[in-house]
Design a protein around this ligand. Structure first.
Ligand SMILES: Cc1cc2nc3c(=O)[nH]c(=O)nc-3n(C[C@H](O)[C@H](O)[C@H](O)COP(=O)(O)O)c2cc1C
Length: 369
């Protein structure tokens, strides 16, 4: 049966690599690795499930990048050593066998860390206690602790950590890496005015607040060479603040996205609560601003349940790929379901309760079957 939404199933190239369709799994932390940061068999099945269900691209959950301040969660996977990298090989092989691509998301939690055996304290751009409370579904509780302010040496180590992690991911066989610059984690803490009170060249005007992105992207690119896919994720909202809007408006967005292109990014991934909402008053969506100012391929994310909206965003040239988070958790086979003109299932947070683990999701689906 021919699908109504055929443009979701066209191929596309990012960098030198062909992706079989326009449907990606958004990065989702599942706190299901070992305490040592290595991944195991349950995660093989999980990631293969999306590829088997027709997703052309999978972006992994955020992997911590160093053994200093980067780890955010207990049972979060890492990408800090050969053993971490090797543990992903069976997943990569199984995803590739289904014809899909897989990028590793590299993440530094900074002041939002809820668990880190490598440091006694959290660290971020400045001594500003994060808003909100730690997330229980990632084993956190209570307010976030006060972080210490990173020195310039700490920042240099962050940048080095991203570059080393990217190289390890490349050696493991990933098709690309995505630098997590969104959702309130370390890079976004530098970009955000109220968490960055620095007086040095990493604080103040937007160009300075973007310096850590520039340095990270450039050193990742130097570590992996010109042909390996490197992307960056951006959002205005954060896991602990759903109201933030970039204070420089569209002019600021232009500076952000132009810089990413100059620094050698292959794509931008944007996330907003709703994919097609105007990013600012009288402006277009964040995805379409990313596309306009970077001229790079854009992956857009946010609140997709309806294939019609996904197809519309592509048709309007607002993005090149659509990524799905919660809808993909409820429907690992969403692309195949849509292709067959069937109705997907609804997501519920019961799937991530009490923890966002694969075990809790498995129990949920067993209860329902
Ligand atoms: C359980 C869960 C874990 C997430 N973990 C990450 C993550 O590791 N990295 C990231 O960039 N975004 C993460 N996100 C955000 C998603 O990638 C996505 O942006 C968000 O769920 C909104 O998209 P959706 O409406 O399609 O779910 C997570 C979301 C969920 C639900």
């Amino acid at each position: 049966m021919a699908t109504k939404y055929h443009n979701l199933f066209n191929t596309i190239e990012i960098g030198k690599l062909r992706i079989p369709n326009r449907l990606a799994v958004a990065p989702m932390t599942r706190v299901s690795a070992g305490l040592d940061g290595r991944v195991g068999p349950l995660m093989e099945e999980y990631y293969e499930g999306f590829a088997h269900g027709g997703f052309g691209l999978i972006i992994t959950e955020g992997l911590y990048t160093d053994r200093l301040y980067s780890q955010g969660y207990k049972y979060q996977p890492g990408m800090t050593c050969h053993d971490h990298a090797q543990s992903w090989k069976p997943i990569i092989t199984r995803v590739h066998k289904q014809g899909a691509r897989i990028y590793a998301q590299l993440m530094h939690a900074g002041a939002l860390s809820q668990y880190n055996p490598y440091a006694n304290q959290n660290a971020g751009p400045s001594m500003v206690r994060p808003q909100g409370r730690q997330m229980p579904f990632y084993y956190g509780e209570g307010p976030y602790p006060m972080p210490e302010a990173m020195t310039q040496r700490d920042i240099a180590m962050v940048v080095k950590g991203f570059a080393q992690a990217a190289r390890l991911a490349q050696l493991a066989g990933f098709d690309g890496v995505e630098i997590h610059g969104a959702n309130g984690y370390l890079l976004d803490q530098f970009l955000t005015t109220y968490t960055n009170k620095r007086k040095d060249c990493y604080g103040g005007v937007l160009t300075n607040r973007l310096r850590i992105y520039k340095e990270t992207l450039k050193s990742v690119r130097a570590a992996v060479g010109k042909d390996f896919v490197v992307g960056v994720r951006f959002s205005q909202k954060k896991v602990n603040d759903t109201n933030y809007i970039w204070p420089e408006g569209e002019a600021g967005a232009a500076e952000v996205f132009e810089l990413m292109k100059q620094c050698g990014a292959d794509y931008i991934h944007t996330t907003e609560p709703k994919i097609d909402n105007p990013a600012f008053e009288n402006s277009n969506s964040l995805a379409s601003l990313a596309r306009k100012y970077s001229t790079l391929p854009v992956i857009a994310n946010g609140g997709i349940t309806d294939p019609k909206l996904a197809a519309q965003v592509l048709k309007n040239n607002e993005a090149d790929i659509i990524s799905l988070g919660k809808t993909a958790l409820a429907n690992q086979d969403w692309p195949n379901t849509i292709k067959r003109n069937q109705t997907p299932k609804n997501f519920t947070f019961d799937m991530l309760s009490p923890h966002a683990t694969l075990e809790c999701a498995r129990d949920y689906f067993q209860r329902k079957s």
